[in-house]
Design a protein around this ligand. Structure first.
Ligand code: NAD
Length: 430
């Protein structure tokens, strides 16, 4: 994410993301006929850590924040996954996000396990100094968990390149060495990779292009609605528009804005850069504001890209979705009950662990570059990303055809098999 993208996110609190994640696992495990021992070893998180973080605020008071890190599975490599700073962060959400990382990394075949972290805070209400002290305290408190071969964080909602720099510096100072490979999503000046900022959206584009080709739909003038205008949403708007699609609706926490003739994405990005939000975008005359923001999800479009929150498409609204393709930029935007309805309607859902895996794929390339000390060109990165996303898409599609299951179940089938194989070959220590 970048600086303009620290907006408030409030997932539907009545839905437990971890329960949803486990139910997705069960659907695939049933097809694979997994043995109870195999399920027991890989389904639940391996390590769950909660810390209290006292931070001196600018007015000299001390505030105690709560932080989490979950390492879901490390059979295939070090834990990998972002750190979210948000008021609604809770342990179940972090467990779900770590779970998805395990299977996302396995699916795109990068040598990582899954992890995720979070701090319950509202970064938009902290001064830069308070944010730095909180970030450093979080990393210092869990320093023994992290490391280039142990657990490698990255940005997520509410954190950005600056926060990654503080994490990296805290770790490097502690170890008396320059150790950039301990986090990814860093700026270019400190060992970041070209192409990392747009990588998730780039992967959303590659997988959507592959889906459209499979379905015989043209990208040219395809109508697209995007929920969320942060890192994933705003770069998706830019890339899809460059690819010839027509972005007819965008939204952020301030509301949803539509223009059936097509939103001028460059103008919307300039507006966001200036105002730090889309609030008031309708009064510029560029779009109309929807009365109810979630109506964006039900617009008559070809492609819907949820790129903000978990639990957005539920059994309540799934029946009204008109999109032909849903490209899950966000993690967990469609709950299992809604999946069933969408499948019956014939909506082609590109599941999150495939669709938004471009971010972790380029994070992997960043980690490789940090460890070799040799930095690639944008072309090198883009070629690898494109190949890895397209290979993964093809494999998931073939699996879905072979087992006659949805793309989501197929994605889990491919990923679970890889994690099971690694776990069994390693065996149990002690
Ligand atoms: P971000 O903080 O940069 O952006 C989130 C956007 O969602 C903001 O525009 C915010 O205003 C908007 N939003 C908040 N509440 C909303 C609401 N009720 N309705 C509509 N929009 C709302 O976060 P991000 O990094 O873009 O992440 C978005 C999603 O993508 C998350 O689920 C995240 O886990 C997932 N994801 C991110 C990456 C990455 O590389 N950044 C990679 C994979 C998955």
């Amino acid at each position: 994410m970048n600086e303009k993208r620290n907006e408030s996110i409030c997932p539907n609190p009545t839905l437990n993301a971890f329960d949803n994640a486990l139910s997705q696992f069960d659907s695939a495990a049933e097809v694979l006929n997994l043995k109870p021992n195999q399920v027991a070893v890989i389904k639940q998180p391996r390590r769950v850590t909660e810390v209290k973080l006292p931070v001196r605020m600018d007015d000299s008071s001390i505030e105690v924040f709560t932080g989490y890190r979950v390492q879901h599975n490390i059979a295939r490599g070090p834990a990998k996954g972002g750190i979210r700073f948000h008021p609604d962060v809770n342990m179940d959400e972090v467990k779900a996000l770590a779970f998805w990382m395990t299977f996302k990394c396995a699916l795109v075949n990068v040598p990582f396990g899954g992890g995720k972290g979070g701090v319950v805070c509202d970064p938009s209400k902290l001064s830069l100094g308070e944010l730095e002290r909180l970030s450093r305290r979080y990393f210092a408190e869990m320093i023994d968990l992290f490391g280039p071969d142990q657990d490698i964080p990255a940005p997520d909602v509410g954190t950005n390149q600056q926060v990654m720099c503080w994490f990296m510096d805290t770790y490097s100072m502690h170890h008396h060495s320059f150790l950039p490979a301990v986090v990814t999503g860093k700026p270019l000046d400190l060992g970041g990779s070209v192409g990392r900022q747009a990588a998730t959206a780039q992967g959303v584009l590659y997988t959507t292009q592959a889906a459209l080709e499979h379905l015989g739909i043209s990208m040219k003038d395809a109508r697209v609605a995007i929920q969320g205008f942060g890192n994933v949403g705003s770069f998706s708007a830019e890339l899809f528009s460059e690819a010839g699609a027509k972005i007819v609706a965008i939204s952020d926490v301030s509301g949803a804005y539509v223009n059936s003739k097509g939103i001028n994405v460059k103008h919307a990005l300039e507006y966001l850069a200036k105002e730090h939000s889309l609030a008031g975008y309708d009064s510029s005359g560029a779009a109309e504001k929807l009365d109810v923001a979630n109506q964006l999800l039900e617009l008559d479009v070809d492609i819907l890209i949820p790129a903000a929150l978990e639990n957005q498409i539920t059994s309540e609204n799934a029946g009204r979705i008109k999109a032909k393709v849903i490209s899950e930029g966000a993690n967990g935007p469609v709950i299992p009950a809604a999946d069933r309805i969408l499948n019956e309607k014939g909506v082609f859902v590109i599941p999150d662990i495939l669709c938004n895996a471009g971010g972790v794929t380029v994070s992997y390339l960043e980690w490789v570059q940090n460890r070799s000390g040799y930095y690639w060109t944008e072309n090198d990165v883009r070629e690898d990303l494109s190949r890895m996303m397209q290979d993964s898409f093809r494999e998931v599609l073939a699996t879905s055809q072979r087992y006659r299951v949805s793309m989501r179940v197929a994605a889990f089938i491919v990923a679970i098999q890889r994690v099971v194989r690694a776990s069994e070959m390693r065996g149990l220590y002690a």
